[in-house]
Design a protein around this ligand. Structure first.
Ligand SMILES: Nc1nc2c(ncn2[C@@H]2O[C@H](COP(=O)(O)OP(=O)(O)OP(=O)(O)O)[C@@H](O)[C@H]2O)c(=O)[nH]1
Ligand SMILES: [Mg+2]
Length: 405
C-alpha cells in the first residue's frame, strides 16, 4: 500500500501559485535569523580575544617612564643584535668602493724601481745561478759601462767586484757592489747648509732640469719650518718662467721679485736681494735661466749674478745648487763639469729619478765631483723632494741586504 502523500509533498509536487510566495518569504526570514545569530557570536568572540590581548599588553606595560627606559635598556642588546642582524647594510658597504686611503708618500724604492731593475736586476740576470767568471764577468763589465755611472766609476766598481767577488755567486757580487756604492755615496752625504740670515740659495741648471720646481718644493719646506722665504725670478728669458715661479710663490705663500721679460737677470737678482734684506727674509732663493753649458756668454752672466749676490749679503750665496736631470744620464756629468767651473757649486740636486733607469749617474756624480748631494727629486709633488741619504738610497736601489732576506 502506497502511503498517502503529505501536505508538503503535495504542495511541492503540485505547487499552487498561491503557495509559492509565502514559502519563499518563510525561507528568507529563517535565513536572516540564522545569519544574525552567527555574526553576533563572531563579534562576541572577537571582543573576548581583544580584551585578553589588551590585558596581556597591560600586564607587559611598565608602570612608569623610568621603568620604560629601564626596559629599553634591557632591550639594548637587541640593538647589538640588530647590528649583527644587519647583513644588508654590511653587504651594502662591501659593495661600495673602499674609501680612498690618504696616500702616504711613495717609498724611495718604488720611485727608484727602474734604475734598480736595470742595474741590480741586470746583475742578477747576468749571473743567474752561476758564478762571476768568464762570459758572466764580461757581461757584468758591459752592464757597468752602460749604466750611466761614468767610465771612472764603472772602472772603480769593476775593480772591487773582481777583487772581492771573483768566482762567487750573484748574492756575493751584489753585496760587494752594494758596499762599494754605499762608500762612494756616504762621502757626498751632507745636510743642507744653514745658519746665515738671510740664507741665500742660488739655483743653476740647464733648461728643463727641474730648477723652478725644486725651488717651489724647497720654498714649501722652509715655509713649513716657519721661515720667511723670498724668491727671485732670475730667469728673464721667458715670461712663462717668471709666471711659473709666481705660481709657486702663491701656492707656497711667499713673495716673488720679478723683472720684465728679456731684462737683465743680474738687475732682478739685485732687486730680490735688496727686498729680501729689507723685508727680513730668512731665506732668499734665486731662480736662473736654463743655461746651456756650451754658451759662454751665459756663463759670464752667471758669474755676474754671483757677484751681485755677494755684494748685497756677505759670503752669499751660501748655497749654490746645481740641479741635474737624471734622465740625461752621463750628460749630467758633463753639465756638472762646466757648472762647477763657472760657479762654485756647493750642492747637487738630482731630479726625475722616478722616471728613469739612469739613476746610476748619481753614483758617478758622487765619485767624480765629491760635491754633496743635498736632495733627490722623485716626482712632481711637493713631498717628492727628499733629503739625500746614502744609506736610504742604497737600500732603495739594492733592496734589503742579503743577510735580511
Ligand atoms: N717626474 C718628475 N718630474 C719633475 C721632477 N722635477 C721636475 N719635474 C718636471 O720637469 C719639468 C721641468 O721642470 P722645471 O722646474 O720647469 O725645470 P727648469 O729647470 O726650471 O726649466 P727651465 O725654466 O726651462 O730652465 C716640469 O714638468 C716638472 O714638473 C721630478 O723629480 N720628477
Ligand atoms: Mg725654470
Amino acid at each position: 500500500m502506497t502511503p498517502s502523500p503529505t501536505l508538503l509533498e503535495t504542495i511541492l509536487s503540485n505547487p499552487a501559485p498561491w503557495l509559492v510566495a509565502p514559502a519563499v518569504l518563510l525561507l528568507f526570514v529563517l535565513a536572516t535569523l540564522v545569519g544574525a545569530s552567527v555574526s553576533r557570536r563572531r563579534m562576541r568572540l572577537q571582543a573576548e580575544r581583544g580584551s585578553s590581548a589588551q590585558a596581556a599588553a597591560e600586564k607587559a606595560q611598565p608602570a612608569t617612564d623610568e621603568a620604560a627606559f629601564a626596559e629599553e635598556d634591557r632591550d639594548l642588546p637587541a640593538v647589538v643584535q640588530a647590528d649583527q642582524d644587519l647583513p644588508a647594510v654590511v653587504q651594502a658597504d662591501q659593495d661600495l668602493p673602499a674609501p680612498k686611503p690618504t696616500k702616504p708618500p711613495a717609498s724611495l724604492r718604488e720611485r727608484l724601481a727602474q734604475t734598480s731593475n736595470f742595474l741590480i736586476g741586470g746583475f742578477e740576470r747576468a749571473l743567474g745561478g752561476g758564478k762571476l767568471e768568464g762570459d758572466v764577468l764580461e757581461e757584468i763589465e758591459d752592464l757597468l759601462f752602460t749604466a750611466d755611472l761614468g767610465v771612472k766609476t764603472a772602472d772603480s766598481l769593476l775593480g772591487s767586484i773582481r777583487r772581492e767577488a771573483a768566482g762567487k755567486d750573484a748574492t756575493a757580487v751584489v753585496d760587494v757592489l752594494r758596499a762599494a756604492v754605499l762608500k762612494k755615496l756616504t762621502e757626498v752625504e751632507g745636510a743642507a747648509v744653514t745658519g746665515a740670515r738671510p740664507h741665500v740659495i742660488l739655483v743653476l741648471g740647464v733648461n728643463g732640469a727641474g730648477k723652478t720646481t725644486t725651488i717651489g718644493k724647497l720654498a714649501a719646506r722652509y715655509k713649513a719650518a716657519g721661515k720667511k722665504v723670498l724668491l727671485g725670478a732670475g730667469d728673464t728669458f721667458r715670461a712663462a718662467a717668471t709666471e711659473q715661479l709666481q705660481v709657486w710663490g702663491e701656492r707656497v705663500g711667499c713673495d716673488v721679485i720679478a723683472g720684465s721679460e728679456g731684462g737683465d737677470p743680474a738687475a732682478v737678482v739685485f732687486d730680490a736681494m735688496k727686498a729680501g734684506v729689507a723685508r727680513g727674509a730668512d731665506v732668499i732663493i734665486i731662480d736662473t735661466a736654463g743655461r746651456l753649458q756650451t754658451k759662454q756668454p751665459l756663463m759670464e752672466e752667471l758669474t755676474k749674478i754671483v757677484r751681485v749676490i755677494g755684494r748685497e749679503v756677505e759670503s752669499a750665496p751660501h748655497e749654490t745648487l746645481l740641479v741635474l736631470d737624471a734622465n740625461t744620464g752621463q750628460n749630467a756629468l758633463s753639465q756638472a763639469r762646466v757648472f762647477t767651473e763657472a760657479a762654485g757649486v756647493t750642492g747637487l740636486v738630482l731630479t726625475k729619478l722616478d722616471g728613469t733607469a739612469k739613476g746610476g749617474v748619481l753614483v758617478g756624480l758622487a765619485d767624480e765631483f765629491q760635491i754633496p748631494v743635498r736632495y733627490v727629486g722623485v716626482g712632481e709633488a711637493l713631498e717628492d723632494l727628499r733629503d739625500f741619504s746614502a744609506q736610504e738610497f742604497v737600500d732603495a736601489l739594492f733592496g734589503p741586504p742579503s743577510s735580511q732576506t
